[in-house]
Design a protein around this ligand. Sequence first.
Ligand code: SF4
Ligand code: SF4
Length: 309
Amino acid sequence: MLHPPGILAMSSDAPDLPFDSPLVPAKLGKRDELRFNCHQGISCFNACCRQADITLTPYDVVRLKKRLGITSTEFLQQHTVPFEMDQHGMPGIKLRTEDEAPVCLLVSDQGCSVYEDRPTACRYYPAGLMAMKESEATSDEAHYFLVREDHCHGHNESRSISLEDYRKEQGVVEYDELNREWYQIILKKRSAGPAVGKPPEISFQLFFMASYDIDRFRRFVLSEAFTKTYVLEEKALSLLKSSDADLMQFGFKLMKQVFFDEQTIAMVDQAIEKRWDERKEIIEARHKAEVDRHLAKQEQAKRDAVDEE
Ligand code: SF4
Ligand code: SF4
């Protein structure tokens, strides 16, 4: 069984493909049947990976960087290109392709070189996730879409399979579960609408780091400044040190707390007041130094004036 790329689409209300797509999607429910098959002997073998437009999710990055034996920072530099997911510039990343053609860098003549760790969009194709409600605990109420592209001959095969079984077959259920809270963050941000305005740049920086650069996010979480602010029990801390998936989930909770004020991670008692006191001390020390410098200047000016007389 093969790979193939697709388009991952998320919205609060179907149908709405947020990433520019020339394709007309057909809306699908979980129990709907697909007539589709993809196998090594098919005439279009790898055609999809040579026309790749793959939006990546946080768990895709975790799997791929591990598979390639590099850090998330290296993965971002070597294998992704940034794009904006909405009009406010919410940062997204796509899998890098060749410079001159949309050929995925991970495809070989034998097929996908990272098949067992291929991204969500590749697993879903020719279907994709269209909408998942903010509040739902499972993906039971999610909506999906189906695309038909001329280069894909899998639609001409005789096999029929329910979308639910196709998701299981392609191993995408685990991906959706692990990414679920991240989808919720995107939906909540989107459903807040333009009236809320553009979030500050620092929010986007946190979103990018916690979503995609998990190794840098780990250093941030283990830093003294962070552990002075948030309560992290020893057991939780050791999990965050060793497990990318757990750290990723923690990042989603932190984002919900920071962006939407959902109290999901306990804060150290009076941490904000303490930080304010520390800042106050620094501000007062700076102010005092400024006053001292000013007085010293005045004294010097007086001495110079006396010398001139
Ligand atoms: S990651 Fe694999 S399946 Fe996805 S487009 Fe690249 S080669 Fe194809
Ligand atoms: S059938 Fe479709 S998904 Fe499979 S290799 Fe061909 S183009 Fe790709």
